[in-house]
Write a protein that binds this ligand. Structure first.
Ligand code: SF4
Ligand code: SF4
Length: 457
């Protein structure tokens, strides 16, 4: 009710959510800097949701920065481009963030040669068809740079029988510590505006809203200054609240449309795209180029030279931390923000297209967390009040402890949980609810796959 009243008085927001410390002050003022090349770049074939790309160069091949080195394998797949001019030393297994080994290129950059990027034939939004734009985005290797890693061309493809009238460009960046989108909006507002016509042409949408949280007034001002007179774009400033950047929250706050359970923004005529992804489309497509590096926040209490860096895809985590310097008592490195990111399983993993941040913590922060004891649920309801999609995390937590995973899915909408972590953050009993939900989802998926295999016999 209170949130409905706020909407009436012109404050656009969503119901529930939390206010964790935003911890953005260390890096939000720092301009984007180019990161140097590591001696060896490790570029996995699989960097996104969907099928891994297929290599088109072999061991010993000399490649040029920006050259396509792996092509898409079907619709749910995107190309990969060489992050540096150099030689493919080997193609072998490399660790992914979850510890699994996946194949990738081991590319040794040449130090003496130029690292300039070759441009290809431009694709322009006023002359290319919708299909040509989607194909160009796929071949440019663009995936959701906000961390989701979903192939962007697949997201923009409007299925038969559906239509889209509005685009939301997500510049909310509500995760603590992360400031990459903030700096991109500030420093590359023109690229954001150049990217939007491609999205309009590809989807047929008529209006565009760029969403920015109110802790980035300079970014909102830069975007407004760059607004083209001939495009239907508005910039909306939203209150600071986590998880404001989640698609369901944005669609609800900005357009007052509620996405049904299990549905997508597309079901209510909307497509949401990250602002960094939009800027890359505006930068790459007019130059006929592919994605070979991305902007990443490197920060957290354990990092000495915090900043926003443009880092070649494939740069190993160990090299990044060595270059920026770390405190002696560094304990944990999180890939992404601390709310939705995941702890790195090894320093040998490398930056991929979905990496938004490298946030490192010392023993001071993680030690405190590890020492906190988990107590039984006291039924206080704080998690229920925090959940932005009105699930019952308390009940889900109890069911998870009893391993009643199918009940969680069938009766308590576990699949709608997008793992924002709000419930865990507020729980006074320190119950790791979101971690339990991840385990439950994985177990349920496995059980369903097994049942499907049995049925197919
Ligand atoms: S992690 Fe899931 S259950 Fe918990 S608050 Fe977020 S959406 Fe709700
Ligand atoms: S916040 Fe924690 S203690 Fe309170 S109801 Fe939810 S699970 Fe139980």
């Amino acid at each position: 009710m209170f949130d409905a009243v706020k909407h009436l008085f012109g404050v656009k927001t969503f119901a529930h959510g939390i206010h964790p410390p935003d911890s953005k002050n260390d890096t939000k003022e720092l301009a984007i800097h180019q990161f140097p090349f590591a001696e060896l770049l490790i570029v996995p074939f699989s960097q996104h949701i969907g099928k891994p790309a297929i290599p088109i160069v072999g061991e010993g091949a000399e490649v040029t920065r920006g050259q396509m080195i792996a092509k898409p394998d079907g619709f749910m797949s995107v190309a990969i481009h060489a992050p540096a001019t150099g030689v493919i030393r080997s193609i072998s297994l490399t660790p992914a963030i979850n510890g699994k080994m996946t194949p990738g290129f081991f590319l040794e950059p040449y130090t003496a040669s130029t690292q300039e990027v070759m441009e290809g034939p431009p694709v322009m939004p006023d002359t290319a068809s919708s299909e040509e734009i989607l194909s160009a985005i796929q071949n440019a290797g663009v995936v959701g740079l906000g961390g989701a890693g979903f192939p962007t061309h697949a997201k923009l493809k409007v299925p038969e029988g559906k239509s889209v009238d509005a685009l939301i460009i997500n510049g909310a960046e509500c995760e603590p510590y992360l400031t990459t989108d903030h700096r991109v909006m500030l420093e590359h507002a023109e690229d954001v505006m150049k990217g939007i016509p491609y999205l309009l042409r590809a989807t047929g949408a008529k209006t565009v809203v760029i969403a920015v949280e109110s802790n980035k007034p300079d970014a909102a001002a830069a975007l407004r200054k760059a607004l083209p007179a001939d495009l239907p774009i508005t910039v909306e400033v939203l209150p600071v609240k986590y998880p404001q950047g989640a698609e369901k929250m944005l669609v609800s706050a900005l357009l007052g449309r509620e996405i049904p359970s299990g549905g997508l923004p597309l079901d209510v005529g909307v497509i949401c795209t990250n602002v960094g992804t939009t800027a890359e489309i505006g930068h790459l497509l007019p130059r006929g180029m592919g994605l070979y590096e991305r902007v990443i926040t490197v920060g957290g209490p354990a990092v000495k030279k915090k900043g926003n860096y443009r880092i070649p895809i494939g740069t190993p985590l160990r090299y990044i931390l060595d270059t920026v310097g770390t405190e002696d008592d560094i304990t944990t490195v999180v890939m992404g923000g601390p709310m939705m990111g995941a702890a790195a399983s090894s320093l040998d993993i490398s930056i991929t297209k979905g990496s938004t941040g490298v946030i490192a913590f010392t023993h001071r922060e993680t030690g405190r967390v590890n020492e906190i004891h988990e107590y039984p649920c006291i039924k206080c309801g704080a998690c229920v009040d925090a959940c932005p999609i009105f699930l019952n995390p308390s009940q889900l937590g109890i069911l998870a402890s009893k391993e009643q995973y199918e009940t969680m899915v069938d009766e308590f909408h576990l699949r709608d949980c997008f793992e924002c972590g709000c419930c865990t953050f507020v729980c006074p009993s320190h119950i790791p609810l979101v971690q339990k939900f991840r385990v439950a989802k994985a177990a349920s998926r496995k059980a369903q796959a097994k049942a499907a295999a049995e049925a197919a016999k």
